[in-house]
Design a protein around this ligand. Structure first.
Ligand SMILES: [Zn+2]
Length: 268
């Protein structure tokens, strides 16, 4: 039975890192996949001095969506809140995602879920992964929207903290880590392995996942050319890449029983 999967993300490029494999797998298996992005990612650092960075990044998200076979892409219209929304000035005439009301954003997302008769909504764990304020807000908005639209399943994208820390140590050993990345900050990020309810194998879609990452060209370098996380991911040798990116993990707080390997398993 063909299902509809809606992946909700805070910024262009989050889909490439967290859920691209699951999205590519769903489209390959004949399901409809929709990508909804809350903000344009205009506060990200980039190698270009581009006042229209947000516009460029939305274009990159469209290219990424094409690589993954996404049927529809929607942008909710918010500005990127930045890592420290209290320190960063609000862009003129714009509303940042964390300053918008949860109810308003949830209604926008719920309208799409309703229109699509979504079976599964992908969102973020309660830590917002590594803790970006827009990711935490996306977790809240997704939960409210799914409730409004009566979407049967919300899967919070995450990663097992222990695997992530081991992978970071491995990458450090082969000099693949971006300089300045604080590995200890990941000790409390993402989720404990025991909380994970869905582990999805996406090895077969590694090529599409890499294409999705590559689409976010503005995020592969910093001013002065220093490495960024996305560029680092693309430089990881393929066998190691498959270990790090061959699976995607989710939490469904309503899930009962053993870990599931299919996002649509057991749906009515
Ligand atoms: Zn993000």
């Amino acid at each position: 039975m063909a299902r509809t999967l809606v992946a909700f993300h805070a910024h262009p490029d989050d889909e490439a890192v967290l859920t691209a494999g699951t999205m590519a797998r769903a489209t390959a298996e004949g399901h409809r996949v929709v990508l909804v992005i809350a903000t344009d990612g205009g506060r990200a650092q980039a190698d270009i001095d581009d006042a229209r960075l947000g516009e460029r990044r939305l274009g990159e998200a469209r290219e990424s969506a094409r690589a993954l076979g996404v049927a529809r892409i929607e942008y909710l219209g918010y500005a990127d809140s930045g890592m420290d929304p209290r320190a960063d000035p609000v862009p003129a005439g714009r509303t940042t995602f964390v300053r918008a009301s949860v109810a308003e954003a949830a209604h926008k997302l719920a309208a799409i879920l309703h229109e699509e008769t979504a079976d599964v909504l992908l969102s973020y764990d309660r830590n917002g992964g590594y803790g970006h304020p827009d990711h935490i807000r996306a977790h809240e908005v997704a939960a409210t929207a799914a409730h409004l639209a009566r979407t049967p399943r919300v899967l919070q994208a995450t990663a097992p903290r222990d695997t992530l820390c081991r992978a970071l140590n491995l990458l450090a050993a082969v000099h693949c880590l971006p300089p300045g990345l604080d590995r200890s900050s990941y000790d409390r990020a993402y989720s404990a392995r025991s909380e994970i309810t869905h582990r999805i194998s996406v090895c077969r879609y590694a090529g599409q996942k890499r294409a999705s990452l590559r689409a976010h060209a503005s995020q592969t370098a910093l001013h002065g050319g220093a490495d960024r996380t996305l560029a680092t991911f693309l430089r990881i040798p393929r066998p190691l890449y498959d270990i790090v990116f061959g699976q995607e993990w989710f939490i469904d707080p309503d899930h009962q029983g053993p870990v599931s390997h299919d996002v649509f398993e057991g749906l009515p």
